[in-house]
Design a protein around this ligand. Structure first.
Ligand code: NAD
Length: 494
């Protein structure tokens, strides 16, 4: 069933659904690889333990790397159209089980049904979307003397290191471009959310030869083992800026290629001419999506003085209408934080409310008992000082500062006054003016009158300490490749 240079591409008709409800295994060389030790995640909505997952050893990693290297020799030579057909069939197989994946995602990550639907559909769409991007050889020069082309050749063994906030999308979003470009991949899900990642790789075995797509499920040791392993050629990392720096440091010892998709502190600049109620609704949506646990959440909201009070009151009204609870329940708009570590970190911002004398516009209290789930009510802080933690740091939780401005020059400087540079948005009825301000912003993605609009065909990456390189789009595909310049002389040496 898996493709080779001689077998026909697989189709969905020969794929078998897998059991997503139990038996979470890591896959080495096409087979389940049991471990002596196991661990488990927790459903953040109930704090109930989820099933056991393996804890990989260094020997498991060595075996996976050996299998990957052997598989790479063949997979990199499989014709592109055949690789693409296998990748698309894999997307179809996930699609055939999309509701099961969606429910597994909710139970491990905590996000509400509509957002889990969004992530699951995107996880499939990202595979299909990237399969439609062509990466041809570029002809640089073609004259009487020679033809010079730029070729994009695969790097070899890729390790995908995935965070806990988008465990499904960020796994498929790395698997697809790696395989399309002829690489092989070892996926390491976050220990907090290992379930969807392990099942995606298990399902992939029906479409790819052994060793092409593997998974390792580990504890905190596994990431550093991957980044320092001499047999791995590239690290595709998504996570925090602090960990990203460790990844780069470790990868530098073997000059592994790295793509780092890191934290953000996205500003929104709201001009005085907007429809206050409608824009406040959207801005609140993007500030509190996934309970503030998105790299691209709005994390600093700059509202023009002339509409500040009106905008704050509208935002408060919209936030009050949110329903906090178990994401699996219909009608819930905002789920719990994903894990105890994050819950404890976000709580420190709530401790600062009293300590620093911040004014609360809405929320401000951690009401639910922690033993029932990691719930925190969405909270807006009304004009805290510009140098306060809530403005300077990424809380990665449902608490956001609302700030005011009056001079365009000043607000642009404040928006850029951060070591982060992931996303930014400008909101105005004067689109030209908003776009002019947008061009001044130091961020990998800038939106006018929206935020967090992403696409598999659009490159995504951070400026400054928000990352290095890009994933998705043609730049994303190229990030899985070496650049090879080839001079073909038209005359033999005589
Ligand atoms: P994290 O950095 O703690 O962990 C990310 C992954 O790295 C996990 O799989 C973890 O096990 C692994 N890891 C931990 N220590 C490691 C080490 N020393 N070496 C190698 N791997 C290691 O991040 P998180 O808490 O899972 O995710 C939240 C952060 O990720 C936020 O800062 C958020 O903004 C960022 N994020 C960025 C993007 C983006 O595309 N830019 C997307 C999602 C999340």
């Amino acid at each position: 069933m898996a493709p080779s240079a001689t077998s026909p591409p697989p189709t969905t008709t020969n794929s078998q659904p897998i059991d997503l409800g139990s038996n979470y295994v890591q896959i080495i060389n096409g087979k389940s690889a049991p471990t002596e030790h196991v661990r488990h995640g927790i459903n953040p909505a109930s704090l109930e333990p989820k099933p056991d997952v393996p804890v990989a050893t260094q020997a498991d990693l060595d075996r996976a790397v050996d299998a990957a290297k052997a598989a790479f020799k063949k997979w990199s030579r499989v014709p592109y159209e055949e690789r693409r057909a296998a990748v698309l069939a894999f997307a179809d197989a996930i699609d055939a089980q999309r509701t099961e994946f969606r429910d597994l995602l909710i139970s491990e990550q905590g996000k509400p049904i509509p957002q889990a639907d969004g992530e699951t559909d995107a996880a499939i769409e990202w595979i299909r979307g990237m399969s439609n991007i062509k990466l041809p050889e570029d002809v640089i020069e073609d004259n009487d003397k020679h033809t010079v082309t730029t070729r994009y050749t695969p790097l070899g063994v890729v390790a995908a290191i995935v965070p806990w906030n988008f465990p499904l999308l960020l796994a498929t979003g790395k698997i697809a471009p790696a395989l399309l470009t002829g690489n092989v991949i070892i996926v390491k899900p976050s220990p907090f959310t290992p379930y969807c990642g392990l099942k995606v790789v298990e399902l992939a075995q029906q479409f790819f030869p052994p060793g092409v797509v593997q998974s390792l499920s580990g504890d905190d040791n596994l990431g550093p083992w991957l980044t320092s392993h001499p047999g791995i050629n590239k690290i595709s990392f998504t996570g925090s800026t602090a960990t990203g720096k460790l990844v780069m440091q470790s990868a530098s010892k073997t000059l592994k290629r790295v793509t780092l998709e890191l934290g953000g502190n996205d500003p929104a600049i709201i001009l005085p001419d907007v429809d206050v109620d409608k824009v406040a609704e959207k801005v609140a949506l993007y500030a509190f999506l996934n309970s503030g646990q998105v790299c691209l959440n709005l994390k600093r909201i700059y509202v023009h003085d002339a509409i500040y009070d009106q905008f704050r009151d509208a935002m408060v009204r919209h936030v009050r209408a949110y329903a906090l609870g178990d994401g699996a329940q219909p009608g819930v708009t905002h789920g719990p934080l994903q894990n105890a570590m994050q819950y404890d970190r976000v709580k420190t911002f709530f401790d600062d409310i009293e300590r620093q004398g911040w004014k609360v516009a809405v929320g401000g209290k951690i009401e639910a008992a922690p033993e029932k789930g990691y719930y925190i009510a969405p909270t807006v802080i009304d004009r805290p000082p510009e140098d306060s933690r809530i403005v300077v740091e990424e809380p990665f939780g449902p608490i956001v500062p609302l700030l005011s401005w009056s001079s365009e020059e000043d607000v642009i400087a404040r928006a850029n006054n951060t070591s982060m540079g992931l996303g930014a948005s400008v909101w105005s009825n004067d689109i030209d003016k908003a776009a002019r301000i947008g061009r001044e912003l130091e961020a990998g993605t800038v939106w006018i009158n929206t935020h967090f609009e992403i696409s598999p065909i659009v490159p995504f990456g951070g400026h400054k300490e928000s990352g290095i390189g890009a994933e998705w789009g043609i730049n994303g595909l190229k990030s899985f490749c070496n650049v090879q310049s080839m001079f073909v002389n038209k005359h033999v040496v005589s």
